[in-house]
Design a binder for this molecule. Sequence first.
Ligand code: AMP
Ligand code: ZN
Length: 430
Amino acid sequence: MFWDQESETITRSTLQQLQLKRLQDTVQRVAQRVPFYRDKFKKLGITPADIKSLDDVRRLPFTTSADLRANYPDGLLAVERDEAVRLHTSSGTTGKPKAIFFSRKDVDNAAELIARSLVMTGITKKDVFQNMMSYGLFTGGLVMHYGAEKVGCLVIPSGPGTSERQLMLMQDFRTTAVHILPSYALYFAGFLEQKGIDPRKDLALRKACVGAEPHTEETRRRIEQIYGCDVYNSYGLTEMNGPGIAFECEHKAGLHLWEDNFILEIIHPDTGEPLPEGQTGEMVLTSLKREAMPILRYRTRDITSIIPEPCKCGRTHRRFARITGRSDDMLIIRGVNMFPQQIERVLMSFPQVGRNYVIVIEGLDDMTIKVELTAAGFDGQVEHLSALQKQMVEKLKAETWVRPKVELVPAGSLPVAEGKAKRVIDKRSL
Ligand code: AMP
Ligand code: ZN
C-alpha cells in the first residue's frame, strides 16, 4: 500500500534530478539568509553556483550538534521569526538543547512523510493509533500525531502517561496500532503481566511503530512475540523533522529513507571521508525541503550502512540497516571497543531475561551488567541462577571480548527512565 505512490516509486534518475534541484535551492537559501553558512562557504571558497552535481554535496561543510548549540536559540533560522510556527528541541543532552524551527510548510511536509511511513507499514484510516510518546518539545508526540491524523486514523494522544491509563485507553477504544519506545514496550509488557492481561488475547494490537532509541533485532522479535503484532523500526531525529525520516516497510528489512527530502551519505566517523555504498559508517543527512531551518550535512553520529539492493516493495528510496550504535556511545573497556547493542543482543537471546537491563562501568573499566529476569526466570533457585549467570558471562565474553560481571535481579527492580532509556551508567566520566 502506498500513500503517495508517484513519489515513493519515482525512478532513481528522476529522484536524483529532484535532489539536485532541491539541494541547489537549499544551498542558495542558506547562503542568502544564514550567516553561519555564508561564513562557512566563504572560508571554503565555495558559492551556490559550485553545486553542479549531486556529488558536489561533498564540497559543502558539515554541520554538527555543537554548531546547533553555538547558534542557539535562532542563529540558523532561514525565515523571518514570524514565519516559524513550531519549535521542537532535541532531547537527551545536558545544558542548552538544540532548537529546531518549523514553518507552516515544514509542519505539513513532516506530516506527509509520516503518512507515507505509516501507510508503508500497513496502517490505514481504520486503525486506532495510540501515540505513547511524550507530547511536548520532543518530536515523537506532535510530529507523529499530525501524520497519523493525516492518514485518517483515530489518534489517541496518550503521551507517556501512566501504564494504568495506557491500558485503559487501549482496552476501551480497542487500540490497533501504537507508537512506542522499545524500552517502554518491554516495560509495559511487565506491567500487563502483573495485571494478568495477555496482550495477544486481551488487546487488539496489530501494528507497533517502535523507535526513537537504539534497539536490536532481538528486541523487535521479543516485542512482536509478546504482543502478537508486527513491529516496525522508525528512525528520526529532531534536526531533520523528528520521526518520519526513515521507516521500515512490510518486509522489515532495513529502513527506507525518504530521499526526495534528504540526502543520505555514510562517512568515516574519524576522517569525514565518504564511504562506498554498503560500508558501515556515520550517517550524514542534508535536508532538501526544510524551509525554516535547512541543515547541510548533519553529523548524526548514528552508525549504519546503506543497503544498495532495491526493495521488494517497489519503493525506490534506498534503505539503511538498523542503527548499530552512535559513534559517541561506543564504550572502550580495557582497550576494547564495543557498542551497548552488542550486549543487548546477547541478553535478549536468553528467554529468562526480562524487560530491563543497565550497564554500569566504574573503577578501572569494571563493567557490571544488571539484568532483570522474568518471574519464571528468577525462580529463587541459587543453582539455576548461578548457571545462568555463568552462561551469560561466557556469551558476553564471546561477543565483546570483555568479561563483564553479571548481576541477575528480579523483574521491576531496576529504575525506569521517564523518556528514552538510559542503558549505560559510566561512572568513570563522572
Ligand atoms: P532526538 O532528536 O532527541 O529524537 O534523538 C534522535 C536520535 O535518537 C538519533 O540520532 C538516534 O541516535 C536515536 N534514534 C532515533 N530513532 C532510532 C532508531 N529507530 N534506532 C536507533 N536509534 C534511533
Ligand atoms: Zn521496502
